[in-house]
Design a protein around this ligand. Structure first.
Ligand code: UDP
Length: 420
């Protein structure tokens, strides 16, 4: 096992630097683990320099100040916007990458503060096991930040024009006069900058933008649930198979495991577990994202024509309620049963000739299955697509008022006297 090594990245400004220095000190002195702190500073604050000097003198963590970033901010940029711009600058990313490259001990966990979410992809590049965002504030603030992308979609006009406080799941509502200044004018580019710093949002935006450019029902979505992984050999075959199928694809790729005897990619870089030249060769027709993607939004997008899924039940429901046919690729738990149900009873899926966990599914078979649900005009292909559409329509009826699912819910609620 790798020696634990926590890499912390601090944003400029004492309100960000000091909590990260304190966190680093705590991790090192309590957990006795190696901690490196990379401090991105404004370059013009003697107090920042002094805080770093004091942390270095304390000696519990390795603290490195990165070269300061000189940016031409617009004259009306607020302090948060300036910090976001500095953290997002290519020079900052390069400086962090260079610092990680030069480390003798590979980081095993990366912690960025809320303005450093744009740097999280570096963790993937260097095979860091886990990435976290450290928010040195209260849960209410965090909930508002995380919920901002939803507010952005549902609220019309300016937040300040809203009479009632806005509901935030799990927390007290937030009133317009309590909002951060960056949220007060939605037409201001600073608001967009702030939205982008809500972490996953940026990745989701990129994916959805990419899907917007693809023709209707032309993309197969490949995602194996919240934890599904494949061996290196199987990952390679899947990649070749997607390419061979000639179909567009969006693939949520996880670092391969070593089960089925293949070894994991030692350098941890995701591209290293794909065939050489795969990413370049499929650019434009394929998009590979790592770890996580907004599955429900993706399956709801008109460009999605099929889903290669591990058949976790939530994934199945999310796919079928959108009328998306499935290539069943069961991996664990009750997914074998689900795959049988979907292929043999309901007829909305095609499946591999043998269980994918028992042998490596070759590229030709992958390509055939993908083509079957996406484009094949043979009887099976047509039937599966038509059935998926039929199930979508019937699921809509079941959920609607008076539908079977709706009525069952009420019958149950009556039995336990929740309604009369
Ligand atoms: N999911 C997601 N993005 C991913 C992977 C998974 O949003 O990249 C969601 C998916 O929409 C589903 C859940 O995670 O709601 C996975 O549940 P499921 O029952 O399908 O499989 P499990 O992960 O429990 O095996």
């Amino acid at each position: 096992m790798d020696q634990p090594h926590a890499l912390l990245v601090a944003s400029p400004g004492l309100g960000h630097l000091i909590p990260i220095l304190e966190l680093g000190n705590r991790l090192s002195s309590v957990l006795k683990i190696h901690v490196t702190i990379l401090a991105v500073t404004s370059g013009s604050s003697p107090i920042e320099t002094e805080a770093i000097r004091a942390a270095v003198a304390r000696g519990t963590c390795e603290v490195r100040e990165l070269p300061s970033i000189d940016i031409d901010h617009s004259p009306d940029a607020t302090v948060p916007t300036k910090i976001i711009e500095m953290m997002r600058a290519t020079k900052t990313k390069t400086a962090v990458q260079d610092a990680v490259k030069s480390m003798n001990r590979k980081p095993t966990v990366m912690i960025v503060d809320i303005f450093g979410t744009g740097l999280m992809s570096i963790a993937d590049d260097f095979g860091v096991n886990a990435t976290y965002v450290y928010v040195p504030s209260h849960a209410w603030f965090l909930a508002v930040v995380v919920y901002t992308p939803v507010l952005d979609r549902v609220v019309e006009g300016e937040y300040t024009d809203i009479k009632e406080p806005m509901k935030i799941p799990g927390c007290r509502p937030v009133g317009p006069d309590e909002l951060m200044e960056t949220m007060l004018d939605r037409s201001n580019p600073q608001y967009r900058e702030c939205m982008r710093s809500s972490g996953p949002t940026e990745k989701a935006d990129n994916i959805l933008e990419w899907l917007d450019k693809q023709p209707d029902k032309s993309v197969v979505f490949v995602c194996l649930g919240s934890g599904g992984t494949l061996s290196l050999e199987q990952t390679m075959e899947l990649a070749y198979g997607l390419d061979l199928s000639g179909q567009r694809f969006l693939w949520v790729l996880r670092r391969p495991t070593s089960y089925l005897g293949a070894s994991s990619s030692d350098d941890g870089q995701v591209s290293a577990c794909l065939p050489e030249g795969f990413l370049d060769g499929t650019r434009g027709v394929g998009l590979v994202v790592t770890q996580w993607a907004p599955q429900v939004e993706i399956l709801s997008h008109g460009s999605i024509g099929g889903f290669l899924s591990h058949c976790g039940w939530s994934s199945v429901l999310e796919s079928l309620t959108k009328g998306v046919p499935i290539v069943a690729w069961p991996l664990y738990a009750e997914q074998w049963m689900n795959a049988t149900l979907l292929t043999e009873d309901i007829g909305v899926a095609v499946r591999t000739s043998e269980l994918p966990s028992k042998r490596v599914i070759g590229r030709e078979e992958v390509a055939t299955l993908v083509r079957k649900i996406m484009v094949e005009e043979d009887e099976e292909g047509q039937k599966v697509r038509a059935k998926a559409e039929e199930v979508r329509a019937s699921s809509e009826r079941a959920w609607a008022q008076g539908g079977s699912s709706y009525r069952s819910l009420f019958e149950w609620a009556k039995q336990c006297r929740l309604v009369s």
